[in-house]
Write a protein that binds this ligand. Sequence first.
Ligand SMILES: Cc1cc2nc3c(=O)[nH]c(=O)nc-3n(C[C@H](O)[C@H](O)[C@H](O)COP(=O)(O)OP(=O)(O)OC[C@H]3O[C@@H](n4cnc5c(N)ncnc54)[C@H](O)[C@@H]3O)c2cc1C
Ligand SMILES: NC(=O)c1ccc[n+]([C@@H]2O[C@H](COP(=O)([O-])OP(=O)(O)OC[C@H]3O[C@@H](n4cnc5c(N)ncnc54)[C@H](OP(=O)(O)O)[C@@H]3O)[C@@H](O)[C@H]2O)c1
Length: 443
Amino acid sequence: MKKRICIIGAGPSGITALKNLKDKDLEVVVYDRNLDVGGNWIFSENISHSSVFETTHIISSKTLSQYEDFTFDDFDATVADYPSHDELRRYFQAYAKHFNLYPFIEFETEVKYCKRINETQWNISIVQNGKERLEKFTDLVVCNGHHSVPRIPDYPGKFSGDFIHSHAYKKAAPFTNKRVLVIGGGNSACDVAVETSRVSKTTAISWRRGYRIIPKFFFGLPSDVVGARSAWLPLRIRSWFNDILLKIMLGSNKLYGLQEVKTKFGATHPTINDELLYKLRHGKVHPKVDIDSVDGQTVSFKDGTKEDFDTIIACTGYILKHPFFDSSFIDYSSGAVPLYLKMFHETYHNLFFVGMFQPLGCIWPGSELQSKLLANYLTGTWKMPSNISKLCKKEITHPHYRQIDTPRHTITVDYHKFRKALLKQLPKNWIHKTPKTQKAYHD
Ligand SMILES: Cc1cc2nc3c(=O)[nH]c(=O)nc-3n(C[C@H](O)[C@H](O)[C@H](O)COP(=O)(O)OP(=O)(O)OC[C@H]3O[C@@H](n4cnc5c(N)ncnc54)[C@H](O)[C@@H]3O)c2cc1C
Ligand SMILES: NC(=O)c1ccc[n+]([C@@H]2O[C@H](COP(=O)([O-])OP(=O)(O)OC[C@H]3O[C@@H](n4cnc5c(N)ncnc54)[C@H](OP(=O)(O)O)[C@@H]3O)[C@@H](O)[C@H]2O)c1
């Protein structure tokens, strides 16, 4: 039976899935509700799919944040170590143009509902130009992203100031002269606090535990490039070494008025920021502990202190959502996500996820490798292991990092170990830089 494959999403993961499936001459249609390629990296001042803000630059360096089929040198060698959101948008769009992918993407098309009929059929409801229609496919590849549905915290009491989530934070200007409280210790919280502190009356940051702040550079090199040099070491030793290095370079969190770190390296998703510690020591950002309750504009903290704020920006992360599935079919919004190589389902062998993992590093190089493996599976040159159920369970019981049990820590992988595991399944000559012509696609 001829395969007809649907991909949801034309972000960094969806375009590499499309490229690699087209490389194997498969029939593929991509649906994306956006106007163009880029997903999260299409900045908009209005609320949209994207969660980046005006000043976002990536936290993984370009050296470890590129497709091997189309590197930053292939795109624009002058791009800085940590590209901006706009450079990334242009990079992803250039990838799609270079590999002639646009004809296979239907934009402004929302996937509403996906029903798996059997091993060889999916019924997919899409909305295009305001009209809903049903399309049939043999296989479904999900690349809808996992950083766009906000996780909103709840506190006793009612806050009467402005309350937004970081998904809605676009730029610092609206917070000029405001008393701002930022919640969270992840990358959004630290970036947002640094940005608002440039214009606000006061900015405070509330952490519910101690986090390591990893600088973007060590010894003049991007920190992930330095980290990659010890990738051959066992993870336990690498993590121990990283902890020591950070302690030597930054000292303890107490020096900055922050809570001490009580977890091992990798036990929480890393926060990478060069400016937060500087802002704390310059009195521009004030450290606070977890929130106890709110009342009017007053926030009470768990150490007994109280302070008034005009605005709260909750940078409390995102929910893993697949609104186009019945929740009885797939619901990964909390708890373990049992997929082999974070992509293959143990029972549904015509359903795949690409990019649905959280590396300590960049996502799309891993998406590229997953896509190549998927292409080999769909063309029969790679066989799914017969013990897939066992392998799915093993990924849950033997994670790369033992992380603290909070909602954001369900799909973590170590960049280097994950890459190695995927490469093990691929042939040696897996890099394919030559674009297929439109003619080749239609032959
Ligand atoms: C502020 C911020 C900074 C980040 N920085 C980094 C970084 O430095 N390095 C890194 O690796 N990652 C980073 N990330 C993570 C980010 O999720 C990935 O970089 C990347 O965008 C993942 O690509 P993706 O294609 O899987 O998902 P997305 O980029 O989210 O793309 C998903 C696409 O699916 C489409 N879509 C979703 N649902 C539907 C539907 N029902 N119908 C049709 N289309 C749909 C969307 O329109 C979108 O185009 C960051 C995230 C945020 C929020
Ligand atoms: N510049 C960049 O490249 C950049 C910028 C922003 C984000 N990102 C990426 O985008 C993704 C999402 O990052 P994120 O920072 O938005 O989310 P995140 O990594 O999920 O971090 C959320 C933070 O909020 C805390 N939190 C959650 N619920 C809370 C509650 N009820 N009360 C108090 N604290 C709460 C979490 O605490 P716990 O530790 O307890 O879980 C964590 O500190 C990550 O992959 C990140 O690397 C990158």
